[in-house]
Design a protein. Structure first.
Length: 325
C-alpha cells in the first residue's frame, strides 16, 4: 500500500512537459472572476502597445536621422529625413565646436543638479514635518500650501519680488522662484504618513530623534516616491527656459541649453547676444535643419542616460525593509 502511494505521489510530482497541460494548469490558477485571454484580446493589446511605442520612437528616429543628414539629403526630403542616406556628423561637430553651446550645456547641468538638490531637501523636510501629527501648526501650514496651488500672486508680482531681492541677472533666480512644488510635497507627505508606526515607535524607544528617523527609516522605506519626485524636479529644471527670459535675457553666458535651442530654432541663424557664435560662421556648410535637430538630440541624451538608473527604484516596494505582515 505504501509503495502504491509513493508511486502515485511520484507521478504527480513529475514535471509537466506537455504544453497543453502547462497551459491548462496556468488557466486553472487564474482567479474565478478573471476570464482567460482570447486571441483577439491578445492581438488587440499587442497592436495597441505597438502603436504607442511607434508614436514615441518614430519622432525620435526622425530627429536623430535628420541631425545626421547632409544638406542635399534634407533638400531631397523636403525637410525632415525619415531614412538615412548621406550620413554625416558635421552638424554635431559644428554644434559642439561652438563655445555658446558648450557653456550652455554646463549651465544646464549645474542648474539641474543644484536645483534638484535644493528642491528635494526643502520638499522632504516640509513633507516629513507635515506628516507628523505632533508638528506645530502643521494643519494650518498644509492649508496654506494647498491654497497656493489654486491662487498665486501672478507673474508680475513674482518678477518684482525677485528683482527687488537682487535676483535679476543672478544664478539663483533660475532656481529659487520655482524650487518648491506643492504637489510633490503632498505626494511625499502621503507616503511618509503611511510609514509603519511600529518602526517609528521602536526607533523612538531606542532614542532616535526626528532627524535619525527621517534618515534611517522614512527615506529608506520611501525610495520609490523619492526617486520619482527627484526625476520630476530634474526634468523640470533641465527643460526650463522661461525664467531665463525674465531675469537674464541678454547675458548669453548664463543661458541654459534649452534657451539656446529656443533662440536658435526661432532665429535659424547665429545666437542673439553671442558675438563669437560658431553657428553663423559654419551656417553655409551645415544644413540649418540638421543643426537644429542636433541641438534637440543634445537636450534629450542626458535624460536618456539618467532614466535607466532611476528606473530600478520604481520597481522597489514602498515599504521595502519595513514590517512584513
Amino acid at each position: 500500500m505504501t509503495d502504491t502511494l509513493t508511486i502515485e505521489r511520484t507521478k504527480d510530482e513529475r514535471p509537466v512537459t506537455d504544453r497543453g497541460a502547462i497551459r491548462r494548469r496556468k488557466r486553472s490558477t487564474r482567479p474565478a472572476w478573471e476570464e482567460p485571454p482570447t486571441a483577439a484580446g491578445q492581438t488587440a493589446k499587442g497592436l495597441t502597445l505597438g502603436m504607442v511605442v511607434a508614436v514615441v520612437l518614430i519622432p525620435l528616429w526622425i530627429i536623430v536621422v535628420t541631425s545626421l543628414s547632409t544638406q542635399a539629403a534634407v533638400n531631397r526630403a523636403g525637410g525632415l529625413v525619415i531614412w538615412p542616406t548621406d550620413v554625416t556628423f558635421e552638424a554635431y561637430r559644428v554644434m559642439l565646436g561652438d563655445s555658446t553651446v558648450r557653456n550652455a550645456l554646463l549651465v544646464s547641468l549645474g542648474i539641474t543638479a543644484v536645483g534638484t538638490a535644493v528642491s528635494m531637501v526643502v520638499s522632504i523636510l516640509c513633507a516629513y514635518g507635515l506628516s507628523r501629527s505632533g508638528s506645530v501648526a502643521h494643519r494650518f501650514i498644509l492649508v496654506l500650501l494647498i491654497v497656493t496651488m489654486f491662487v498665486s500672486g501672478g507673474l508680475i508680482p513674482t518678477f518684482l519680488v525677485v528683482t527687488e531681492l537682487g535676483g535679476y541677472g543672478q544664478w539663483w533666480s533660475l532656481i529659487l522662484p520655482g524650487a518648491v512644488s506643492v504637489f510633490n510635497i503632498l505626494v511625499l507627505r502621503a507616503f511618509y504618513s503611511d510609514t509603519s508606526a511600529d518602526l517609528i515607535e521602536a526607533a523612538r524607544i531606542d532614542g532616535a530623534g526626528d532627524w535619525r528617523i527621517l534618515w534611517s527609516i522614512v527615506l529608506p522605506t520611501s525610495r520609490a516616491v523619492t526617486a520619482v519626485v527627484a526625476l520630476f524636479y530634474g526634468v523640470g529644471y533641465w527643460n526650463s527656459f522661461f525664467n531665463v527670459m525674465l531675469y537674464m535675457p541678454t547675458d548669453s553666458e548664463k543661458w541654459p541649453l534649452q534657451y539656446v535651442l529656443l533662440t536658435y530654432v526661432n532665429r535659424g541663424n547665429g545666437l542673439p547676444g553671442s558675438v563669437n557664435s560658431g553657428f553663423g560662421s559654419q551656417f553655409a556648410q551645415t544644413a540649418p535643419l540638421s543643426l537644429q535637430m542636433a541641438v534637440v538630440v543634445l537636450t534629450i541624451v542626458p535624460l536618456l542616460l539618467v532614466y535607466p538608473f532611476m528606473q530600478k527604484h520604481f520597481r522597489v516596494g514602498v515599504l521595502t525593509g519595513a514590517v512584513k505582515g
